[in-house]
Design a protein around this ligand. Structure first.
Ligand SMILES: [Zn+2]
Length: 198
């Protein structure tokens, strides 16, 4: 009985496993993650229409398996969904995590088939979304055959939601990091973070 109580306290007391957000042979092995050619953290992203040149604030994770139907995406650890954007290629989830009183946030972007609600608690063993399927890639473009993953040191920016995106309550600093200093202030390098925490 006593052991049981301790186990419950242990499970509730911030013990949080960190796992890779994708299905690989070992979700605790960083070498099983593949990044796209221009998907590294901190790489310079050239200016495009309406987007100034900026540093890449996350990593672009390649589809780990040849699954173009339901290649799942998972939260890296338990947390709560604080923002949900469901529109097309920029669909996004932001999750808040509390690690022994210290907050950090993860962002999952270019995703589809979102399976979670706003404010829902999540765990790393249950999918929150999936990579685009074949049809969605044909619609949005095959440059989205990856998902963009960020780990934030700072709370995302609170925004006013709109009628078309009522549950999009926060936005990241994705397009506003122009210097190495700004990047380091706001973001962890996801690969380093995962490697250290897993
Ligand atoms: Zn990216």
């Amino acid at each position: 009985m006593k052991i049981c109580i301790w186990l419950i306290i242990f499970l509730q007391s911030g013990y949080k496993e960190i796992l890779l957000p994708i299905t690989t042979t070992d979700r605790k092995a960083i070498h099983t993650v593949e990044i796209t050619q221009i998907g590294k953290f901190g790489i310079v992203r050239k200016a495009r229409t309406n987007i100034p040149q900026h540093l890449h604030t996350g990593i672009d994770i390649k589809r780990p398996n040849e699954n173009y139907i339901n290649e799942y995406i998972y939260p890296i650890t338990s947390g709560v969904v604080i923002s949900k954007r469901t529109d097309g290629p920029y669909a996004q989830l932001i999750i808040e995590h509390n690690k022994e009183g210290e907050l950090f946030w993860t962002v999952y972007e270019h995703i589809a088939g979102i399976e979670v609600e706003l404010y829902q608690p999540v765990k790393p063993n249950l999918p929150i979304a999936r990579f685009f399927n074949h049809k969605e890639l044909n619609t949005h473009g095959w440059q989205f055959d990856h998902f963009h993953f960020e780990v934030l040191k700072k709370r995302p920016i609170s925004i006013r939601s709109t009628q078309s995106n009522p549950e999009r309550l926060f936005t990241s600093y994705t397009l506003s990091c122009f210097t190495e200093n700004q990047l380091q202030q706001h973001f962890y390098d996801p690969l380093v973070f995962l490697d250290e925490q897993m």
